[in-house]
Design a protein around this ligand. Structure first.
Ligand code: PEP
Ligand code: MG
Length: 313
């Protein structure tokens, strides 16, 4: 069977009724960004900035950071680029930010929380992002990973605005963030749901452990309920998804049906996701989302939705 989907994607995510669902790419640097632009991505929904500096012992300089970000912005001139501030942690350590002796790294000082232990790194990163954005025509938006509370969202938004970055957003990847979405989103302009971590933390199942893969499934009813809570709490603000869930064509339909406004994924998933979205109206996507939400298990949700769709694999 064909697991790659159609070879081409014309760079315009839309449903059968013509309504738009921007299809964006997850990238780790300029090389990825150039490839994603060639693959037709409409923009970048997640630039994982820590990938630009993996293995580095010292904080990268302002000039070095600005050059790295600028490379991605230039690959998407005139388009949207959502850049995420450093998300260092157990699975992607940055020696200048992370403590390798933490007993429980998934619950440790990671993501936005490194601002507690290394104050200054975040602000210097925002300055480098702002400098790179000023030199480029990309529509640059910045978001923070691992936001837990409305107070953190507010604090991050103020820091962004103080540095001239006027479209701050937050990732929703902790159940507490999804459950408090209404206040969490009050001071920011958008949210992006990180379903990889949201699933890990909802199910209390380390995303790196093979034996827990069935628990670590974004089709889990609890995860879908939290996606819906985030969209509902957002009260019309854009809520995208940038976890691997967005790359699963059937789940992409469900996410759109739950009200998610854009999907960001590895560029190679764009053709298959685009094709299935074009086969459903928004109303149909809502019906399929309701079907998934009503299912008692991840496996049942997946099969109930998949059998309704013209999937390629
Ligand atoms: C996520 O958690 O879903 C996400 C997109 O971030 P990362 O995979 O980099 O943790
Ligand atoms: Mg994450």
């Amino acid at each position: 069977s064909d697991t790659t989907g159609p070879a081409t994607f014309d760079g315009c995510g839309q449903l059968a009724d013509g309504s738009a669902v921007p299809l964006l790419a997850n990238v780790g640097g300029t090389k990825d960004a150039v490839a994603a632009a060639a693959a037709g991505a409409e923009g970048v929904g997640l630039l994982r900035t820590e990938f630009c500096f993996l293995g580095r012992d010292a904080e990268p300089s302002h000039a070095e950071q600005a050059a790295a970000y600028r490379g991605v912005f230039d690959a998407f001139a005139g388009k949207k680029v959502v850049i995420r501030t450093l998300d260092a942690g157990a699975d992607k350590p940055l020696p200048f930010l992370t403590d390798s002796t933490e007993p429980n790294p998934a619950l440790g000082v990671r993501g936005y929380r490194t601002n507690l232990t290394s104050p200054g790194v975040l602000e210097r990163q925002l300055q480098a992002i702002a400098a790179a954005a000023n030199d480029s025509s990309a529509d640059v938006q910045v978001m923070a990973p691992m936001i837990s509370t409305p107070a953190e969202a507010t604090e991050f938004a103020s820091l962004c605005r103080a540095n001239g970055l006027n479209t701050p957003g937050v990732m929703v990847e902790i159940p507490a963030a999804a459950l408090t979405a209404a206040s969490l989103l009050a001071d920011v302009d958008f949210a992006s749901i990180g379903t990889n971590d949201l699933t890990q933390y909802t199910m209390a199942a380390d995303r790196q452990l093979g034996p827990l893969a069935a628990l670590n499934d974004p089709w889990q009813p609890a995860v879908l309920i939290l996606v819906k809570a985030t969209v509902d709490g957002g009260a019309g603000k854009p809520v995208g998804v940038c976890g691997e869930a967005a790359a699963d064509p059937a789940l992409a339909v469900v996410l759109v049906g739950l009200g998610v406004s854009s999907l960001s994924m590895t560029a190679r998933a764009l053709p298959a996701v685009s094709a299935v979205l074009r086969s459903v109206t928004r109303e149909r996507a809502r019906t399929l989302a309701a079907l998934a939400l009503a299912a008692p298990s991840a496996a049942q949700a997946r099969s109930a939705v998949r059998e309704q769709l013209p999937l390629l694999d």
